[in-house]
Design a binder for this molecule. Structure first.
Ligand code: NZQ
Ligand code: ZN
Length: 385
């Protein structure tokens, strides 16, 4: 097991009817700005619960944070905060709203060009406005981590950044608010969480027995509960299990002491930046290809995954690896998430541009051993067709 430091200050408030508890978490004299997306919260009752909980407070609103949040939209909010002096943010939405709010929180007091905060992976962040979140879509894990992914439309870039000041002070996870999710977003959330786990598990062994079994338990739960959420969208127990899986899949616990890959994500981000494809759908296409092209480097962990997650014990090593890749692909397809580029009307023509984007964004040494070069990335992309 590798050395590690684990720090996570986010308070989680979990369960049915807990949105009202936000009042006790936000200082009484705060000038609160509610940030949200395209308006789903105004149709599913979440907005009303938030406003009722904060009825006697000084509140402003900023809506319109789009899926794959853009620098251009978020900067409008930064200027609004600078003018109207809001000092506490409340993100109400999914990963895009929470990520966008993290960027806003860091950019408000930054005196330079705020895109630098993203380009330098958060290194230039000195301080951030305090913020909490009400999660409405279990997927990204943003509700309990200090990372975010922001798109700069003008630069055609979708890049991650992180900073210790970007942990939400608190996050409310009420599974009932996910009932209004369309099936496509339920599926996206399960796939995104699944791949967060594999990025921190399908690498190479470091004798981290607990982390391995924790990862395997998350994967087994997602496999067991994911299809049920599509079949029984208002099954509280199913939605509660999925919501908690998605949060724990990317809150620092799983990555403690183990190597991390993230090549699937970095390649997926470029695919989203270029094509607008949902984040999770890019992962469903890229992960099976990464497993295929990197089967040699990942052999021991793929064989462990095959046995412990899919019960695959028969056949030689290559047969078991191939079977595990096909089981993974079949699971995504069972969630109605296609796993080939051609399923999204994309083809080989985008591969050169994707490789150039990876180079332009310095994504030239990816993977747990930093040895996925642009050439290897190209081979992975060709296996996505
Ligand atoms: O616009 P709103 O009204 O919010 O509607 C959203 C949006 O249209 C809708 N939605 C959310 N909750 C709903 C709902 N509709 C009905 N009922 C509800 N309860 O769903 C659509 C997608 O929302 P979005 O927030 O974009 O989805 P998700 O939560 O999957 O977030 C995706 C973003 O997370 C980033 C991705 O890059 C992407 O930009 N990620 C963030 C990470 C992190 N911070 O650690 C890591 C992840 O790997 C990921 O990259
Ligand atoms: Zn993700």
């Amino acid at each position: 097991m590798n050395n590690f430091k684990l720090y996570n200050p986010t308070k989680i408030i979990f369960g049915k009817g807990t949105i009202k508890d936000i009042a006790a978490e936000i200082p009484q004299n705060a000038r609160i700005l509610i940030t949200y997306g395209g308006g789903s919260i105004k149709h599913n009752g979440v907005y009303d619960q938030v406003r009722k909980a904060l009825a006697d407070r000084r509140i402003g609103e900023f809506g319109g944070i789009e899926p794959n949040p853009t620098y251009e939209t978020l900067m409008r909010c930064v200027h609004m905060i600078r003018e109207e002096q809001f000092d506490y943010l409340l993100a109400v939405g999914g990963g895009s709203v929470i990520d966008g709010t993290k960027f806003i929180a860091a950019a408000v007091t930054y005196e330079g060009e705020p895109w630098e905060l993203v380009q330098t992976y958060g290194a230039k962040i000195k301080q951030s406005l305090p913020f909490g979140s009400v999660l409405t879509l279990p997927a990204s894990g943003s509700e309990m981590n200090n990372g975010a992914v922001i798109t700069h439309k003008g630069l055609n870039a979708k890049l991650p950044f992180a900073h210790p000041s970007l942990f939400p002070r608190f996050s409310v996870l009420d599974p009932t608010v996910t009932y209004s999710l369309p099936a496509k977003q339920i599926a996206n959330g399960v796939v995104d969480a699944f791949v967060h786990v594999t990025e921190q598990y399908l690498t190479y062994p470091v004798n981290a027995k607990l982390q391995d079994r924790f990862a395997e338990s998350l994967l087994l739960t997602l496999i067991e509960e994911g299809p049920k959420a599509l079949a029984e969208p208002e099954n509280y127990d199913v939605r509660a299990n999925l919501m908690w899986c998605a949060t724990l899949a990317l809150n620092g616990l799983l990555s403690a002491g183990v190597p991390q890959d993230w090549a699937t994500h970095m390649i997926g981000h470029e695919m989203t930046a270029l094509s607008g494809l949902d984040h999770a759908r890019t992962l469903a296409v890229v992960l099976p290809a990464v497993m295929k092209i990197r089967a040699g480097e990942k052999k021991e962990k793929i064989l462990q995954y095959a046995e412990r997650v899919w019960g695959i014990t028969d056949g030689d090593e290559q047969a078991r690896i191939d079977a595990a890749i096909e089981k993974t692909r079949a699971f995504f397809e069972s969630m109605k998430v296609p796993t080939r580029l051609c399923d999204y009307n994309l083809n080989e023509a985008i591969i050169p541009t994707l490789v150039e984007q990876l180079k332009a964004h310095n994504m030239i040494k990816l993977g747990e051993k930093r040895d996925i070069t642009p050439d290897v990335a190209e081979a992975i992309l060709k296996a996505c067709l």
